[in-house]
Design a protein around this ligand. Sequence first.
Ligand SMILES: Cc1cc2nc3c(=O)[nH]c(=O)nc-3n(C[C@H](O)[C@H](O)[C@H](O)COP(=O)(O)OP(=O)(O)OC[C@H]3O[C@@H](n4cnc5c(N)ncnc54)[C@H](O)[C@@H]3O)c2cc1C
Length: 380
Amino acid sequence: MDGSFRTGRPEPATGQCADPTFRRDVESFLDTALTEELRAAGRVTTGLKSAAEACAVWREKLCERGWFAPTWPIEHGGAGWSTQQRLYFENACAARDAPILQSSGVRTIGPLIIAEGSPEQHARYLPAILSGAHEWCQGFSEPQAGSDLSALTLRAERDGDDFILSGSKLWTSFARYATHMFLLARCDQQSTGGAGLVFLLVEMDRPGITVKPIRFIDGDCETNEVFFDRVRTPVADRIGDIGAGWKAARRLMAIARANNTTTGLLRRALRAAQRGVMARSGEDDPMRTKLASLARQIDEFEAFEMHVSAGRIGVAEAPATSALKLIATELHQTITEAGLEAAADSDFAQAKYFATRAATIYSGTSQVHRNILAQAIGCP
Ligand SMILES: Cc1cc2nc3c(=O)[nH]c(=O)nc-3n(C[C@H](O)[C@H](O)[C@H](O)COP(=O)(O)OP(=O)(O)OC[C@H]3O[C@@H](n4cnc5c(N)ncnc54)[C@H](O)[C@@H]3O)c2cc1C
């Protein structure tokens, strides 16, 4: 993303991806690398940690080919692709039921480290994200700080070359699996709001960190409470200046909102719903019309994503990423609702449905994004 809406001629649709060599490379790689076993695993992927073994195999194959981080620059181990190439690749993966890979490192903190980290941080974190050695979680929300994130109170007290962290984070997805957390903490105890914060990169095995899983209605425990009892962490392990953490967090949120629910993910969900309909019905099933309409909405979203996203790193202005996040997550939910309607008894359809419920809450609720968009067009 280049951080702006582009006003020039729109790029061609990904179906007409201009470069035939690129298209051939993608097709031939996928035809060879995606074994029937991997495709079968891709067809049963629901939440982010399902089909874990197949996902690990698929990630390794992508890493070997240099395609695990499609939008990262080549010098940092990414593919260096344009948005058009990324979308072409995502669609080709979806059409073949490739396992879904959701690395928070690749999609969120990696691009921020590339953009704002030091050369030492590039060397320390980026290769480990690509190899899977580092898994990241996001420590922003707290019991009294959700939509109003700048009300956060996790304390970061300076002690020589370290900060000492005290307090807690809430709803931290994957904290149980993560090796690292990027977090926002208050380093100036007199400050309020977005002032006086620091954006820290913290190892999860530091003494004093306790992770307590939160069980959801579907039995899953992907989110957690995380407690910090005088946790010592280096001052140097931060992004941006001390006191300027809010700026880094805003950039991170823009990256996350643009990258978390993509066209490829929507197409996979639609294919799952289509399988449910095919299994049960005849030509005149009204669900077919519904799914055709959803397919058209995905095409429209893809055109929008193409229009908004133009650069390599994935940073765009807030209104654009709010619109992407809002449209994508609500469409994702509608698709998984249709999937459940088509196959109400299917455990898989139920799991897909549950997996998308919270998407309109995390990374900013739909209401909050509607507020941002309303302000952007001048509503009072
Ligand atoms: C499954 C899941 C995973 C999550 N993962 C993470 C994570 O990994 N890391 C992390 O930091 N956080 C995570 N979160 C937290 C998430 O970001 C917050 O839940 C979200 O920001 C909303 O905050 P809240 O829960 O405190 O609700 P509140 O902010 O209290 O909001 C409650 C309701 O009021 C509405 N509301 C609030 N303010 C306004 C307003 N100004 N105008 C209109 N309506 C408003 C909201 O839309 C919502 O409907 C996760 C949440 C969930 C459910």
